[in-house]
Structure formats: structure tokens, C-alpha cells
Design a protein. Structure first.
Length: 373
């Protein structure tokens, strides 16, 4: 007699490694809900401020509510181990919002922007929307290939006005730019007169020490060139839609002069006001440790399972993704690297970007088993 169907080994199914989303368990964590409840109540006591354009004392909140900027500065200073002047912070609707505003206000139509290859592919869309021409240079194990970048800078003779880098826990590769390269990149920016737009969405999402701080700290106050974009989307939840740009005040001023802010004021006054107590009370710092612990376990599990299956993934020190080459003739899962480069767009089609944040540990194991079967 054959084995009953119910007892037959279950065939592993493909899992959704594509979504760069947090698992709902991180968003429904009881301590988070309790801390946010307290913060929302505190925020509702301040509706006279956070539901308005500004106040008599501070004027219009064009760069964000001053009190929120001060609270954020204090929290970031503790995380970075570096001083943060609240006047170097411009509050945004997240990293994408900050990237878009910075590109629109610090470049003009027809300028040339350089990105890494591969890179966060949706960044290309924001730069194209601004009317920028795009070029790319390779990424190396310690970050952007600066020899290749300088070659482009020389060849283009002043046309490059923006360099976009995901400098920490790079999306998709997981690479973090070295401090030596950070210093060199800023020197190149000063020499060749371009802006550096650093997408640092994962700056605070570390599973082990990285030894790096935002690119802003390598900037020269006498000739500022760096716009460091941060966000709470990967730390609290993407629905929060609160982030920041850290830059010299002279670079922040144009951001608040953009048309929709000049007309309608900063778009996240209320949202930022509602999480202000969450940050100042220590609730955010506590939650960040929880998120790092949970995602660190999942990252380690995914890398381990892939290695046991005969793959050679890059082991990131933080972020959301693992980058892995597809086996010749083997299955693939997650998001393909196709479209993450410009010329040719399929240069990284033989790679997989696997997000470990969305899935449970059981789903991660089954998802890698699917590759093996």
C-alpha cells in the first residue's frame, strides 16, 4: 500500500522574497503599540501647534517643527555618537521624499547624475522625472568605484552635478562604503563641483558595528556638498512617512523653497508631531533594538540556509536584503537584478535580491528549500 497522501513530504513552495516590507509582527509588537499610544495621546495635546502652519514663537515650520527637529537631533546624536545640530535637519516624508526634493532643488533639467551599478532601481525614476541624464559606475566590496567615477568626471567636463550613493547596507548588494572612500568622494565633490545624495535609509539598522556614520560627517562646512537622507520607514514602519535630510543649513534652505512647501508648508508637521514623544521618551530607541535583533536573526538564517544550499551570498551587516548569484541552470526567487543597472539593464539578471524582513523564519527556510528542490 502506498503512503497516505497526508504523510507525503510537502513540496517546498516559493516564498515572497521580493517585498521590501517589514513583517506585520514588527508592526503589532505590544510594546510598540503601547509606546505609540502614549505618543499619540501626547501629540493630541498639541493640536494647536501640529495642525497649523506654524506658531507665533517659531513662525512657519517650513523645515519641520523646531521642537521635533530638536528631539530628533538628540536621538540621532545618541545613535551616531556624534553631535547633531537640529538646524542641519530638514524633515521629509521619508527617504524617497528627501531624495526627490534634493534632486529637484540641487540640480536642473539636463544635468548629469551618476549612480552605482547595481543600485536602488527606483532612484533612476526620480532622477528621470527631474529631467536628469544618467550614467553609472561599478560598486566594489568597499563601495562605489571612485577610480571609475573620476574617469567619468574628467570625461564629462563639469556636466556631472549629482552623485547618488546608497552608502550603507547598499540596496541591493548589502555593501557599506568604507571611511576612506567617503573622504575621497567628498574631495572629488569639491574638486569637480557636484552634490552627493546619500540614501541612508538603513543607517540605523545595524546587526553588528559598521564603523561608519552618515556621509554628512565627512562634509566640509566651508564648501558643503553632502545631503544625507534618513527615514523611520524601515525602523518604525513605512506608513509613518517621516524622514529627514541632514545637511549644511545653506543646502537645506533651497529645500524649503520648493514650490509645494513654499505654498503648503512642510508636509509632515502632524505626522512628526505624533511620534515626537515616542522618540523623546526612549520608546524609539527601545524599539530599534528590538527590530535590529529580530531582523538580524532572519538575515543570519537566510545567509546560513543559502550557504547550506551551495550558494555564496553576500553577508550584510544590516539592512533588509541579501544579494546572491543564481546557480547556473538553477531556480531563482526574490527580485532579479535585471533593471538595477542602466547599460545594459540586464547586467545583473543572474543575481537575486532576497528580502528577509517580510517573511517568517519558517518561510525563509522553505523559500531556500524551494531553490534546492
Amino acid at each position: 500500500m502506498g503512503e497516505p497522501a497526508a504523510k507525503k513530504a510537502k513540496t517546498a513552495e516559493a516564498q515572497d522574497f521580493i517585498k521590501g516590507w517589514p513583517n506585520p509582527a514588527l508592526l503589532t509588537y505590544p510594546q510598540l503599540k503601547a509606546d505609540l499610544d502614549a505618543s499619540f495621546k501626547a501629540g493630541l495635546e498639541r493640536t494647536g501647534e501640529i495642525l497649523n502652519y506654524g506658531c507665533k514663537e517659531h513662525g512657519a515650520y517650513m523645515a519641520g517643527h523646531p521642537e521635533f527637529r530638536k528631539v530628533l537631533a538628540e536621538a540621532l546624536a545618541k545613535e551616531y555618537g556624534k553631535p547633531v545640530d537640529w538646524q542641519t535637519l530638514f524633515i521629509t516624508g521619508g527617504c524617497s521624499s528627501g531624495t526627490d526634493i534634493c534632486a529637484r532643488m540641487h540640480t536642473k533639467h539636463g544635468d548629469l547624475a551618476v549612480t552605482e551599478a547595481p543600485t536602488y532601481y527606483l532612484g533612476h525614476n526620480m532622477f528621470r522625472d527631474r529631467g536628469l541624464e544618467l550614467m553609472e559606475v561599478p560598486i566594489e566590496p568597499d563601495g562605489m568605484d571612485l577610480v571609475a567615477l573620476e574617469k567619468v568626471l574628467k570625461e564629462q567636463e563639469g556636466k556631472v552635478k549629482l552623485v547618488y550613493t546608497v552608502a550603507v547596507h547598499h540596496n541591493p548588494t548589502g555593501v557599506t562604503m568604507s571611511n576612506e572612500k567617503r573622504k575621497t568622494l567628498v574631495e572629488l565633490a569639491k574638486q569637480y563641483k557636484f552634490m552627493i545624495l546619500a540614501d541612508e535609509a538603513y543607517q540605523l539598522l545595524n546587526f553588528e558595528p559598521t564603523g561608519v556614520v552618515p556621509l554628512f560627517y565627512h562634509d566640509d562646512p566651508a564648501d558643503p556638498r553632502v545631503l544625507s537622507c534618513g527615514t523611520f520607514s524601515k525602523l518604525i514602519g513605512p506608513g509613518v512617512k517621516v524622514g529627514w535630510v541632514q545637511a549644511a543649513p545653506s543646502l537645506i534652505k533651497p529645500l524649503q523653497d520648493i514650490g509645494f512647501i513654499d505654498s503648503g508648508n512642510n508636509p509632515v508637521i502632524f505626522a512628526s508631531g505624533m511620534i515626537q514623544h515616542f522618540i523623546s521618551s526612549g520608546g524609539f530607541a527601545r524599539h530599534l533594538e528590538h527590530v535590529k535583533k529580530e531582523l538580524g536573526k532572519k538575515c543570519k538564517l537566510l545567509v546560513s540556509e543559502l550557504e547550506k544550499a551551495g550558494y555564496a551570498p553576500y553577508h550584510p551587516k544590516g539592512g533588509y536584503f541579501v544579494w546572491c548569484k543564481v546557480k547556473e541552470g538553477g531556480k531563482r526567487t526574490g527580485r532579479t537584478g535585471k533593471g538595477m543597472s542602466l547599460n545594459p539593464p540586464d547586467a545583473f539578471e543572474g543575481y537575486m535580491r532576497l528580502c528577509f524582513a517580510w517573511l517568517t523564519e519558517e518561510q525563509i527556510i522553505e523559500g531556500v528549500q524551494f531553490l534546492k528542490d
